[in-house]
Every structure is written in C-alpha cells, then in structure tokens.
Design a binder for this molecule. Structure first.
Ligand SMILES: [Zn+2]
Length: 238
C-alpha cells in the first residue's frame, strides 16, 4: 500500500512538472513568413487619407455654384479647346430670348473669334467640332481667325418684323462673315465664296442643325448662319 502511494505521488510530481514546463521553446522562434507578407500589404484607408490629395473637381464646382461650366482657367464648356469667360444668365422679357448659361467665346482650337461670340455651350461645342473636322481641313489648317457678324441677339429671323425669334435669341447661333489666314489674308463670304469656303460651309452640315449661306434665301449673301436649334428632322443645310 505504501509502495503504491509512493508511485502515485511520483506520477503526480511528474505531471505537475510537465504542467509547469513551458509549452514553447525558450529560444526565439524564427519570424513567421506571414509577418513579411503583411508589411507588403497596402496601407489601410485611414493612412491614405493623411496624404495631401488633389482637390476633386466637384469641390471646385461646390465653391463656385454659379460657374459649373469651367474646367481650367480660361476654358469654358468643359472643353480645354474653347477659351473664353462665363457670363451671368441672360434673362429677357421677350419670349424666345435669353441664355441660362452663356459663354463669351474668344477662341476655339486656337482660332480667334472677332469679336468674341456670346453663345451657349451647345453652339460652342459644335463650333469646336466644325473648326477641327471641317474648316481647318478645307483651309489646310491656315485659318487663324473667324470674323463674327452676329452671335446672341434677341431679334426676329432675318431681322424681319413679325417673324419668329431667331435662334440667335437663344444663343444657339453664330454668323461668320470672314476667314483670316496665317498669311494675313482675309477671305470674306461676300467676295470670296469659292471652293474653300463652300467646302468648309458644307462640312458643318449635321454638326450644326441649320446652315444658311449665299444662295439660300437672299438674307445670307454676306455671311453664313450656323445654329444648333433643337428642331426635329434632318439638318437643314443651304
Ligand atoms: Zn444668323
């Protein structure tokens, strides 16, 4: 009995000794591979927010609620090729006149408008497309200035009393009467309506919804009228 008790105590002592023993080695363990992997992971979003970041476009728009059409300084209509300034809304008592978001365009794709044209951004954008795709190819890239006969104007069509208000009254239209080339030469619609101007004129059909030039109706012998009216049907190009 005494011997059996001694064996039992010995087993307990061994068990206790095992329980007290460290479960892991006392030697430093090699750094697990996973730690290296974690270092390579991208910083959490909270860390990224501490870095200075470029100001988002929306923030610029919020601080300038009246000027949402501007992209960079000097550009309008969200198009860096269209230079000018944004104007206050043009409000008219005459039904059919006024522009909610007018722009005063001074140049388009490097071509000056003289004088600067007051139009809306639909017209300015169409003008930019035509200058790139129609006008400059017709003139082998030589046009440096458009002579503008009219842009925004609250008046009846063809200045005839009783007519409907012209698209000029909505900023949808621009009249061009001349083209100045790099050489300094000026070609006018009135005196030089030859192949080059005719090709440039016709190339605008579709980009603009209505075009009227020499030979159309007797009112457009010295200028070409371009407009982006929302009239239905096919473009009217004369
Ligand atoms: Zn016109």
């Amino acid at each position: 009995m005494r011997a059996a008790l001694g064996v039992l105590m010995l087993i307990c002592t061994i068990n206790t000794a095992r329980a007290d023993a460290p479960t892991r080695s006392l030697f430093p363990e090699p750094r697990p591979q996973v730690a290296t992997t974690l270092v390579a992971l991208p910083a959490p979003p909270a860390m990224q927010s501490l870095r200075p970041r470029p100001r988002p476009t929306e923030a610029v728009a919020r601080t300038q609620p009246d000027r949402p059409r501007s992209t960079r300084q000097g550009s309008v209509c969200n198009n860096n090729d269209i230079k000018g300034t944004e104007l206050e809304p043009i409000i008219s008592r005459t039904n059919g006149c006024g522009i909610a978001e007018p722009v005063l365009v001074t140049s388009v794709n490097g071509v000056r408008l003289k004088p600067a044209a007051t139009i809306n951004c639909n017209a300015a954008t169409a003008l930019a497309s035509w200058i790139d795709d129609g006008l400059q190819p017709a003139f082998r890239g030589q046009v440096v200035q458009l002579n503008v006969a009219d842009s925004y104007s609250c008046r009846p069509r063809n200045n005839v009393r009783g007519n409907r208000i012209s698209e000029h009254g909505l900023g949808n239209a621009i009249d061009i009467e001349g083209f100045v080339l790099k050489s300094g030469r000026t070609l006018t619609v009135e005196d030089n309506y030859g192949r080059q101007i005719r090709v440039a004129h016709k190339a605008a059909c579709g980009t603009f919804r209505t075009m009227l030039g020499p030979g159309s109706d007797g009112y457009h012998e010295d200028h070409i009228h371009f407009d982006v009216s929302q009239r239905g049907g096919r473009a009217y190009c004369r």
